[in-house]
Design a protein around this ligand. Structure first.
Ligand SMILES: [Fe+2]
Length: 318
């Protein structure tokens, strides 16, 4: 999101088609950070069908890193009621910003630009950078907190306490970290001072999965270090990763910040695709983890000439 898109405090403008979205959407699927991983996205869309969601909202970073950005964009276009731009869509439109990116991220944007049709690029350019629906939902890619330059990360209770001061809707949906999270506060108004002690952080770790001690179909991933994760001796072969989720109750008289995690590149050491279902009518948040064929994504990444680490890191959830 460009800094010029940032609102002043308490002045978020509606984005998307608000009148259409004012209809009842009691069960809303929230997806984010797909990153060209079509295999994961297709599995998540199938899971959404099973869970009877009324609409799917996408929080951006549809492209980048992965081998099928154009296909993911087409799927989002046809399946999501609303989507916004992430920083990777911004980079697609303004590739000069990738000069400061790491080579793997830069390669993903260069590949996406080579494979994207003019119509797809025009669609990306048409996406809003945020949406706000009546007094219920605010959606941004990274954080409601304005930044001078580029994106910021909303990771901690301290980050959340600051963020709660910048929006008044009941729910603020964010992505960008690739790690699912949920923060709530009983403080109703963004105008009131909010400290860390006013914020609760909810555990969204879905148990029953470990990435320890497996091997990755003959590909060595030794020695790679990605964003502080040291990837050694893990794999995707032989995993039995059952798709399941957890449900938490949100406060009826308060506000929540919800990050659904990443569909196509989770970074919380759980390789399963991550997304959320927000049941607005019942004040429930469901975090779902969905198994998909990680090895197939690795194969597709290598087939189109992307760096091996693009597929290999997926096995680690890193
Ligand atoms: Fe992302």
């Amino acid at each position: 999101m460009a800094s010029t898109d940032r609102p002043t405090r308490g002045a978020w403008a509606a984005g998307g088609n608000e009148s259409e979205l004012r209809i009842s959407v009691p069960r809303l699927a929230i997806i984010s950070d797909i990153h060209g991983n079509r295999v994961a996205l297709e599995q998540v869309l199938r899971d959404c069908e099973v869970r009877n969601v009324d609409a799917i909202f996408c929080l951006g970073d549809i492209v980048g890193y992965g081998p099928e950005p154009a296909e993911c964009l087409a799927l989002v276009r046809s399946n999501c009621r609303l989507s916004i731009r992430g920083n990777h869509e911004d980079a697609l439109l303004h590739p000069e910003v990738t000069k400061s990116w790491n080579p793997v991220a830069r390669a993903g944007i260069a590949f996406a630009r080579r494979t994207m049709s003019p119509d797809s690029l025009a669609f990306v350019g048409s996406l809003p950078s945020s949406f706000a629906i009546s007094e219920t939902l605010l959606g941004v890619h990274d954080s409601p907190v304005p930044t001078e330059d580029g994106m910021t990360y909303l990771r901690t209770k301290q980050d959340a306490a600051e963020a709660f001061g910048w929006f008044g809707e009941r729910f603020c949906l964010v992505g960008h970290t690739h790690v699912p999270s949920c923060f709530t506060t009983g403080v109703k108004s963004a105008r009131d001072s909010i400290g860390v002690t006013d914020v609760a952080e909810h555990d969204l770790h879905v148990h029953g999965h470990s990435v320890q001690g497996h091997s990755i179909q003959g590909h060595s991933i030794q020695g790679h270090s990605i964003q502080g994760h040291s990837i050694q001796g893990h794999s995707i072969q032989g995993h039995s990763i059952q798709g399941h989720g957890i449900v938490i109750e949100l406060p009826k008289a308060g506000r929540s910040i919800i990050n659904p995690g990443s569909v196509g590149q989770p970074r919380d050491r759980d390789p399963r695709a991550s997304y959320a279902v927000l049941d607005i009518g019942r004040n429930l948040l469901e975090l779902q983890r969905v198994e998909y064929d990680v090895a197939e994504v690795l194969r597709r990444s290598l087939a189109v000439g992307l760096p091996p680490i693009v597929g290999e890191r997926l096995a680690m959830g890193a």
